[in-house]
Write a protein that binds this ligand. Structure first.
Ligand SMILES: Cc1cc2nc3c(=O)[nH]c(=O)nc-3n(C[C@H](O)[C@H](O)[C@H](O)COP(=O)(O)OP(=O)(O)OC[C@H]3O[C@@H](n4cnc5c(N)ncnc54)[C@H](O)[C@@H]3O)c2cc1C
Length: 345
């Protein structure tokens, strides 16, 4: 089918992942350098609407398999369909997401080729893509290449590549295709809202709180909270309220360190780091977070890092562009007031 650079459009129930458009932008640059075109591939049910958006962001053609059997994301049929469309592609790019981690690996096995996951930069050398990706919890960057196999499969870290300006005048060919979806052993029986409901991965600005948000000994909990741990949680909730207030003014998502999550201050959905979400926002504000290597693994590629910490020796300052040595209970309310005034809110 496609002889081009193929980009998989990841979506959930008809909502495309913004990183899909970043992947099309990245594909466009590679394609121009390699003298080929950009095809997008769209799998699902009633998804044709998304195809027009793919053109706006730079696709030349969109391959669509629109059938009931692909209504919900199930790895086996999705992998079968994607493998069938990617067989002749030179490069297959996918935005990195929970779904594509599984999907890309299955397609790589199906097509007997290599996979570079969570890539943050790419260059072309003799038609091979040299992919840069973080390893060892982000301590090192490695360059990998898939030498002799095609397609070269890469998943691109969300927000590591810029999203092109959409051009609503662009269009192209929508090509329907069918593939043998094989045996399907699982089915989706329902969805539930995740606690917290934050979308950290796509956020341009993140304000994160750590264990420090509970450290305000002067703050007296109500008399009916007598248990020490309950008192700590109550203090943390007051601290996180300051984090959330600032996040609201900035239109930011709220993140957290694992210490804050383990202590029960906020749900796991908010955790940033090696065992949480990997994020790359334009601005990351770390409040009361020491900067342990496992936390840094999840946010070191943020474009601008700001740290607020009482301890001038905290490791997070080594990574920060701007640092405020101070008590977050003083600094955060002052920042929120200042941003409100600046942004006219
Ligand atoms: C296998 C493994 C995986 C892990 N995965 C993750 C992960 O995904 N994400 C993650 O975050 N961690 C992870 N960790 C835990 C990590 O090692 C650290 O324990 C954790 O990141 C520490 O969180 P913290 O910075 O909030 O707490 P601390 O290290 O306790 O730091 C609290 C900071 O708050 C400051 N502070 C205190 N009071 C105030 C105040 N009032 N105002 C301003 N500053 C204040 C202190 O000076 C201190 O620097 C992992 C650990 C392991 C072993």
């Amino acid at each position: 089918m496609s002889k081009n650079i193929l980009v998989y459009i990841d979506h959930f129930q008809g909502q495309p992942l913004p990183a899909s458009w970043e992947a099309i932008g990245a594909a466009r640059e590679l394609a121009d350098e390699m003298g080929v075109g950009v095809s997008a591939v769209l799998l699902g049910s009633d998804v044709e609407e998304i195809a027009s958006q793919a053109f706006h962001y730079g696709a030349d053609e969109v391959l669509v398999m629109d059938v009931d059997a692909l209504k919900d994301f199930i790895p086996e049929p999705y992998a079968a369909a994607l493998s069938s469309s990617a067989r002749e592609a030179e490069v297959l790019l996918l935005p990195t997401s929970g779904r594509t981690r599984e999907l890309a690996a299955m397609v790589a096995v199906d097509l007997d080729t290599g996979l570079a996951p969570d890539v943050i930069a790419m260059e072309v050398e003799d038609r091979a893509i040299v992919a840069t990706r973080p390893i060892y919890a982000g301590k090192l960057l490695t360059k990998v290449i898939c030498k002799d196999r095609r397609p070269q499969i890469l998943t691109l870290r969300s927000r590591a590549f810029s999203k092109p300006e959409p051009d609503s005048g662009r269009s192209g060919d929508v090509i329907s295709f069918q593939a043998d979806l094989g045996e399907v052993y699982t089915q989706v029986v329902g969805y539930g809202e995740a606690e917290g409901g934050v979308s950290l991965s796509d956020a341009a600005v993140i304000v994160s709180g750590g264990r420090g948000v509970s450290n305000n000994p002067g703050l007296e909990p109500p008399a009916d909270i007598t248990d020490e741990h309950e008192q700590e949680i109550w203090r943390a909730q007051q601290g996180f309220k300051l984090v959330t207030d600032l996040a609201e003014v900035l239109g930011a998502a709220v993140g957290a360190s694992r210490a804050a999550v383990d202590a029960g201050y906020v749900p796991y959905a908010n955790q940033v780091g090696q065992t949480g979400k990997v994020v790359s926002p334009d601005l990351y504000i770390a409040c009361g977070i020491s900067g342990a290597i496992q936390h840094i693994a999840g946010m070191r590629t943020s474009k601008t890092i700001v740290a607020i910490n009482k301890d001038a020796e905290a490791p997070i300052f080594k990574l920060s562009r701007f640092g405020v040595v101070g008590d977050l209970f003083d600094v955060l309310p002052a920042l929120t007031v200042a941003f409100k005034a600046e942004l006219g809110k």
